[in-house]
Write a protein that binds this ligand. Structure first.
Ligand SMILES: Nc1ncnc2c1ncn2[C@@H]1O[C@H](COP(=O)(O)OP(=O)(O)OP(=O)(O)O)[C@@H](O)[C@H]1O
Length: 499
């Protein structure tokens, strides 16, 4: 015991001992389970609560568990580290065949400070349910972090490639080839986007979050006559309203004191000769909507603090995941601006309406993730792929990518099965839908579903057949091609997208 505690008067010492005992009992009864290991790492005591995890760990009696070295009976445990370092691990996530748990590991020390054992506490089991709000928030933050990391990594590689020390951030990075998908819906959207690239009118990209609006904006720019010019993007939702006008139109020299004294170019000017991508246009404040409309109509902008109109030459691509016509009806988005932007509307289909593209997306996203991490991508077993294909995917491709990233990080083995996918889906806040619930066709039902263009239905069926064959063969393309009676090259072609 440390000196301060041993110097306590006898009654305080006994109170301390009582407090320690009470705490122990409290944790033992309030937690989901608790056990003790001795100095050698052998399990010496297990409380009632913990015993209910034994079947899931593969034990039918306590004797198979108690008296055994901790790592032999609890896969992935870190108790040995606590014994070796004498340091507690106050909160940690432990995942093994019994599930995922929020755990705490505390060393037991002798009076002279020597570690003589450790307590393992399961604070929460099934954290995916009990800690759902927290996990959802974490998943959201993780998503933003992943996006930022990716952006940084590609800026770095572009800077290396172009030797431009980072000015490449105004270059577009995706082409139509980056847009994976051969379903009828994906091909249709690419066809319209290619046509939009040939025009100089504004484009309006509509679709749920993560459906690839930004990717397509890059691709349209790179396929347009402005490809050599800059690609500048502005996420309207991410900039405080008070700063938006300056972001859009810039600030004239002398308009402000301090850091902005010398003036600053706005995004319209930075995009000169290129494309200006306005993301989340539905979130634009009303006052600025009027100014944007004027700029688009006149082809001129007025930097803040100047009374000069400056011409600009940027092609505008706007995007939103919100229901813009509804915002117009509610008077929250100007109708005249809507029509000004809605010259070439493109609707991006959600992932659940093009499930046939999921195997190809899994393949491409896993490959990309593996290249970034330098590790071999794990192989998804047929049941795992089928489970992924059946999900609702509220966050669409971004969400799918995040789940694949988590799977790659968390799976110990090279092969990932449905149980592992289910666990990661729950942990990342994706509502898991059983594989069997996979609808046979993406749109409509019964008779009505058949009354659509034949080419669309054939392409959907083809996508589903490829998904099924890939799932059946565990992603083995040669075997999948054989099952479908097509050549491997044809299958590759379908998986990589007809770009
Ligand atoms: N068809 C696709 N093929 C491959 N990757 C895709 C595809 N569509 C989207 N992605 C990837 O998914 C992620 C999200 O895409 P993107 O940012 O373009 O979506 P978004 O619709 O603009 O989303 P938000 O509305 O939330 O801004 C990106 O990493 C992008 O590269």
């Amino acid at each position: 015991m440390p000196a301060t505690e041993s110097a306590l008067p006898p009654d305080a010492s006994s109170m301390l001992a009582l407090a320690a005992r009470s705490m122990f009992h409290l944790f033992s009864s309030m937690s989901q389970g608790m056990f003790l290991v001795d100095k050698a790492g052998t399990i010496v005591w297990v409380n009632e609560g913990y015993r209910r995890f034994l079947p899931a760990l593969g034990f039918s009696s306590i004797d198979e568990f108690q008296g055994h070295p901790v790592e032999e009976v609890i896969p992935n445990t870190q108790m040995r580290r606590v014994l070796e370092t004498g340091e507690p691990i106050l909160v940690d996530l432990l995942t093994n065949k019994a599930g995922t748990f929020v755990v705490s590991r505390i060393p037991l020390r002798e009076e002279d400070g020597q570690t003589i054992g450790a307590i393992g506490i399961v604070l929460f089991d099934q954290p995916e349910t009990t800690l759902k709000p927290l996990i959802e928030k974490f998943a959201l933050l993780q998503r933003d972090l992943d996006d930022a990391r990716r952006e940084l990594a590609s800026q770095r590689s572009r800077a290396l490639l172009h030797g431009d020390g980072g000015s490449g951030q105004r270059r577009a990075k995706y082409t139509f080839a980056s847009f994976i998908g051969t379903s009828a819906a994906a091909l249709e959207v690419k066809r319209h986007a290619r046509r939009a690239a040939q025009s100089s009118s504004p484009v309006l990209l509509l679709g749920e979050t993560g459906t690839g609006k930004e990717l397509l904006a890059h691709a349209i720019h790179l396929a347009s006559a402005r490809a050599r010019g800059p690609f500048v993007s502005l996420n309207i939702a991410a900039v405080p309203d008070t700063l938006l006008e300056a972001e859009f139109f810039g600030v004239a020299p002398g308009a402000y004191t301090g850091a902005d004294r010398r003036g600053r170019e706005g995004k319209f000017k930075l995009a000169d000769g290129g494309t200006l991508f306005l993301d989340e246009i539905g979130d634009m404040p009303a006052a600025l909507q009027a100014k944007l409309l004027r700029a688009l109509q006149e082809g001129e902008i007025e930097p803040l603090g100047s009374n000069r109109l400056v011409p600009f030459d940027a092609r505008v691509i706007a995007a939103t995941s919100r229901d813009l016509p509804a915002l117009v009806r509610q008077g929250r988005f100007r109708e005249d601006l809507y029509y000004r932007l809605n010259v070439l509307p493109l609707k991006l289909p959600p992932l659940r309406e093009r499930r046939g593209d999921i195997p190809a997306l899994v393949e491409a996203l896993s490959e990309d993730l593996a290249q970034r991490s330098g590790e071999v991508p794990p192989e998804l077993m047929p049941d795992a792929l089928a489970l992924l294909a059946g999900q609702h995917w509220r966050g669409n491709i971004r969400e799918l990518r995040n789940v694949l990233e988590q799977l790659a990080m968390r799976s110990d083995s090279q092969r990932v099965d449905a149980a592992e996918v289910r666990r990661v889906l729950a942990e990342t806040g994706v509502e898991a839908i059983a594989a069997a619930a996979l609808p046979p066709a993406p749109e409509g039902q019964g008779h009505a579903a058949l009354l659509r263009p034949l080419a669309t239905q054939v392409a959907e069926l083809e996508g589903l057949a490829i998904a099924a064959a890939m799932a059946e063969t565990g992603g083995n393309k040669l075997a999948a091609a054989r099952l479908l009676g097509i050549s491997r090259a044809t299958l590759y072609g379908r998986l990589q997208g007809a770009t």
